[in-house]
Design a protein around this ligand. Structure first.
Ligand code: CO
Length: 134
C-alpha cells in the first residue's frame, strides 16, 4: 500500500541553526524558510537525491510540535511521510485493522498542498506516520 518515502521530518528549536547545520556541515541544498500559519510551523526543506528532510520549527501559539519540543528540547525526529495513491482507500484499509487516524480521521490538505493524514504512533512501531496522496 505505501509507496515512496516522501520525507522525514525533524522538529528543531532553532530553524536557522538547523538549516545552517544541513547546509554548511552536511553540504545539502536547503530551501528558504516557509511559514505555514495554518499548520503552526515554519519549514525548511532539505533536498536529497532520493528524498527530502523537512525541518520544522514552532510558529504561533498552538503549534502541533510545541509539546514534542518541550519533551525534546534539542529537537528530534518527528514523523516519517509515506506516499500513497489513494488516501481514502488507505484510511479504510488501516481503520479496518485498528490503526487510528489522528484528528477527525479525515484527510486534510498538508504542508505541500496535497491531502494527508497522520496515524497514531502507538499503532505503528512508536513512530508518527504521515500518509500523503501523490
Ligand atoms: Co510531514
Amino acid at each position: 500500500m505505501i509507496g515512496r518515502l516522501n520525507h522525514v521530518a525533524i522538529a528543531v528549536p532553532d530553524l536557522a541553526a538547523a538549516a545552517a547545520t544541513y547546509r554548511d556541515m552536511l553540504g545539502a541544498a536547503v530551501s528558504e524558510p516557509l511559514e505555514l500559519p495554518e499548520h503552526g510551523v515554519t519549514t525548511v526543506f532539505v533536498d536529497l537525491p532520493n528524498t527530502k528532510i523537512e525541518l520544522l520549527a514552532v510558529l504561533g501559539e498552538d503549534s502541533p510540535i510545541a509539546g514534542f519540543l518541550a519533551r525534546n528540547p534539542r529537537g528530534g525526529m518527528h514523523h516519517v511521510c509515506y506516499e500513497v495513491d489513494d488516501l481514502e482507500a488507505a484510511c479504510a484499509h488501516l481503520h479496518a485493522r485498528g490503526v487510528r487516524v489522528l484528528g477527525d480521521g479525515r484527510p486534510k490538505i498538508g504542508a505541500h498542498g496535497k491531502p494527508v493524514v497522520f496515524l497514531h504512533p502507538a499503532d505503528l512501531c512508536g513512530t508518527l506516520v504521515e500518509l500523503e496522496q501523490v
